[in-house]
Design a protein around this ligand. Structure first.
Ligand code: GYE
Length: 352
C-alpha cells in the first residue's frame, strides 16, 4: 500500500515537473521570437501598383533588399493604382508601429494629412520614385527617384537632333503623346519635356492622351489616335509598356513602327528600358529611342535607413543618373540643360 502511494506521488511529481518544464519553456520560446522580431527593422512599403515592368522590377528590388537575412521585415502593400488604398496602407503601418514607411506615391497631391499622421507617430517616411507635392517638406524624411523632366528633355532633344540630321522640317513632325498616369511625377515631367520642346522647335504636337502606363491602355489610345489623325509620324510613349501597346496598334492598322519618317514609318520613342521586349525592339528599330528610368531603388532606400539608424541625416532629394538608349548612331551626343550626355548605342550586347 505504502509502495503504491509512493509510486502515485512520484508519477504525480513527474507530471507536475513536465507541465512546469513546458510552461516555463513556452514563454522562453515566445520571448526569443519576440526578441528576434524586435531585432529586425520593420519597413512598411506602400507600392502604388503593378502596372508596368518598371514597377515589377522596382517591387523586386525592394523585396530582395528588405529581407530577414539583411535584418529587415518588409510589410508590402500594393495600392492597385489607387491613392485611397495607399492612404489606408500608411494608416495600417502607423497602427502596426513600423520603424519606417516607404511610399511610392501614385500621384503627387493629396498626401498632407496622412503624412502628418505618420510624422505625429514619429515614423520616418521615405518617398521613392514619384514625388509628393506637400505644403511642408518636413512631412517626409527624404526622396529618391529620377529627374523625369530631364528624361523628357533628353528624349525630345534626341528627336530634335535626329530629325535635323535627316533633313526633316520641324513643322512636318506630327507627334502624339501617350501620357502616363495623370498627376504622377513621371507623367508631369515627361509631358513637360516634350511640350516645351515642341513649342521651342515648332513641332506639331497633335494630341496628348493618357495610357496609364499600361500596355492595354497604350494600345487602346493609339488605336483611337490613329483613327483620328492620319498624319501621325511620331509617338512619344511615357513608358515601354505603352510603347508595346502602341506598336501593336500601329501594326494592326497596317502601318510600320520605325525611324524612317520620310519613308512613312511612325517613330516610337519611349521611357524606362526595363522591359526585355522593348529593348529588343530598339535593336529592330521598332522603338527608335528609350530614355532610361532606373527602378532599382531597394539598395538606395536601405542606405538611407542605415544612415538614419546611425543618427545621420540623408540628402533630402537624391536623383538617380540615367542614360539614353538607341541602336541608331546618327546622334551620339546631346546637350541638355548645358550638360553633355552621351547616347548609349545598343548593339545586342547586354553589358550597357
Ligand atoms: O516609368 C513607368 C511606371 O514612376 C518612374 O511608373 C515610374 C513610372 C515608370 O509605371 O513604367
Amino acid at each position: 500500500m505504502i509502495r503504491k502511494s509512493v509510486i502515485i506521488i512520484l508519477i504525480a511529481l513527474l507530471c507536475l515537473m513536465a507541465v512546469r518544464c513546458r510552461s516555463s519553456s513556452l514563454p522562453e520560446q515566445e520571448e526569443e521570437t519576440a526578441e528576434e522580431r524586435e531585432e529586425l527593422i520593420v519597413v512598411g512599403f506602400s507600392q502604388l501598383g503593378a502596372e508596368s515592368d518598371w514597377r515589377s522590377a522596382n517591387t523586386e528590388s525592394m523585396r530582395s533588399t528588405f529581407t530577414a537575412e539583411n535584418g529587415y521585415q518588409l510589410i508590402f502593400e500594393d495600392g492597385q493604382q489607387k491613392q485611397a488604398n495607399q492612404i489606408m496602407a500608411i494608416r495600417t503601418f502607423i497602427q502596426q508601429e513600423v520603424d519606417y514607411i516607404v511610399l511610392a506615391p501614385v500621384t503627387e497631391t493629396g498626401w498632407d494629412t496622412v503624412l502628418q499622421e505618420a510624422k505625429d507617430a514619429g515614423i520616418p517616411v521615405i518617398i521613392v520614385d514619384r514625388m509628393v507635392n506637400v505644403s511642408d517638406d518636413s512631412l517626409f524624411t527624404c526622396w529618391i527617384g529620377s529627374d523625369f523632366e530631364l528624361e523628357g528633355k533628353k528624349a525630345a532633344e534626341w528627336l530634335n537632333q535626329y530629325t535635323l540630321a535627316k533633313g526633316l522640317n520641324p513643322s512636318d513632325l506630327h507627334i502624339v503623346n501617350i501620357q502616363g498616369t495623370i498627376g504622377a511625377s513621371a507623367q508631369i515631367g515627361r509631358t513637360k519635356g516634350l511640350a516645351d520642346a515642341a513649342r521651342a522647335n515648332g513641332w506639331d504636337l497633335l494630341a496628348e492622351a493618357t495610357g496609364d502606363f499600361t500596355q492595354a491602355k497604350g494600345k487602346e489610345v493609339m488605336e483611337s489616335l490613329l483613327k483620328k489623325y492620319s498624319n501621325i509620324n511620331v509617338v512619344y510613349c511615357e513608358n515601354d509598356n505603352e510603347a508595346l501597346g502602341a506598336i501593336e496598334a500601329i501594326e494592326a492598322a497596317g502601318k510600320r513602327a520605325g525611324s524612317d519618317i520620310a519613308g512613312g514609318e511612325i517613330m516610337v520613342i519611349s521611357f524606362d528600358g526595363v522591359n526585355k521586349e522593348a529593348l529588343g525592339y530598339v535593336l529592330e528599330d521598332k522603338i527608335t529611342c528609350i530614355a532610361e528610368c532606373n527602378p532599382l531603388h531597394g539598395p538606395r532606400v536601405r542606405t538611407v535607413i542605415e544612415l538614419l539608424e546611425e543618427g545621420k541625416q540623408p540628402d533630402k532629394f537624391s536623383y538617380v543618373s540615367e542614360k539614353i538608349f538607341s541602336a541608331d548612331e546618327t546622334v551620339m551626343t546631346l546637350m541638355v540643360d548645358g550638360t553633355e550626355c552621351q547616347v548609349t548605342i545598343l548593339t545586342g550586347n547586354p553589358s550597357y
